[in-house]
Design a protein around this ligand. Structure first.
Ligand SMILES: [Zn+2]
Length: 310
């Protein structure tokens, strides 16, 4: 009897350790990636190497396979070697699995910032450990649920802060290899909530495709909205989604919850793990799951670029 109970408990624990996204799991990754030990994750530094190893270990232990021979997609910028980390969750549909949805965020940051009270490490919690962790959590979710008909590439970039160099390298490589890409989402600064009454998140390049409308339809509510400042500041062209749009000619946008009024520490040494809102982050990721599931499982490619009219 005891043995039987023991087995029941093990089975229950296994199922509760499921694919659920938890604040604890988000926080664990955040407290490491944005720790002082990683020295602000500048491309080519010892600190970013530690971040790369952390993401690789996370992929390994959650059964997310390398897309290339290893998880690393390395590139050279003068003296500096950078590397993106790329994992894949194969789709479960014999036909649709040849189509890829690309999710990602940049895991590099600026290293040092302007010293404030003796602190000079720019930890980059919101920018962009938050987006990196969102992509990692979605990877873990789908690797466990195996609920995706299309294949999903999880792509974490280096050298964003040096001018989108990592994502540009990867987008070109995928194009050269003839990847059949459907859509791309770049998660950028999702660590703090917007004011009540605003859409939870917004999408850059909102009117370049029907992406936001389709995602919201899958989600059953408005998760991503239009943010006028994103258009005014041309955010579409300023983050890692842009090279994917350019190279692969697919709907490729950034989703963010940073709106210039809700976070005072952009590229500041106080962009730290304790400034993040973990309830918000989990809630955002939970709302994105049905949106992503709708997209990776739709029978046809419902997300499309709009015809250019200018
Ligand atoms: Zn960023």
């Amino acid at each position: 009897m005891k043995k039987f109970l023991f087995i029941v408990v093990i089975v229950l624990c296994y199922s509760c350790s499921s694919n659920k996204i938890t604040e604890a799991s988000i926080k664990k990754s955040m407290e490491y990636l944005a720790s002082d030990e990683l020295q602000g994750r500048a491309t080519g530094s010892e600190g970013i190497e530690k971040a790369a190893v952390y993401i690789e270990d996370y992929f390994k232990s959650n059964n997310i396979k390398p897309y290339f021979e290893t998880y690393r997609d390395s590139f050279q910028l003068g003296e500096i070697t950078g590397c993106n980390i790329v994992g894949v969750i194969e789709g479960n549909d014999p036909k649709l699995k040849d189509e890829y949805v690309i999710l990602g965020g940049h895991y590099d940051h600026i290293g040092k910032g302007k010293t404030v009270e003796g602190d000079s490490i720019a930890n980059g919690a919101n920018d962009d450990a938050s987006g990196t962790i969102a992509a990692m959590e979605f990877a873990r979710y789908f690797a466990k649920s195996k609920s995706n008909k299309r294949s999903i590439l999880i792509t974490l970039y280096s050298a964003e802060e040096m001018g989108l160099k990592g994502s540009a390298h990867l987008a070109k490589r995928l194009k050269d290899e003839g990847l059949n890409a459907y859509t791309m989402i770049n998660f950028e600064m999702i660590g703090v909530p917007r004011a009540k009454g605003e859409s939870m998140a917004y999408m850059s390049g909102y009117d370049m495709s029907n992406f936001a409308q389709i995602l919201n339809a899958y989600a059953g509510e408005e998760v991503v909205g239009f943010f006028p400042k994103a258009k005014e500041f041309k955010l579409f062209y300023r983050s890692d989604n842009f090279p994917f749009y350019q190279e692969l000619n697919i709907p490729a946008h950034a989703i963010s919850t940073f709106d210039f009024t809700n976070f005072d520490y952009y590229h500041h040494v106080d962009d730290e793990a304790d400034k993040m809102d973990y309830v918000h982050m989990k809630s955002f990721m939970d709302k994105m799951i049905p949106a992503l599931e709708g997209m990776v499982n739709a029978e046809t490619k419902e997300v499309v670029l709009k015809e250019k009219d200018e």
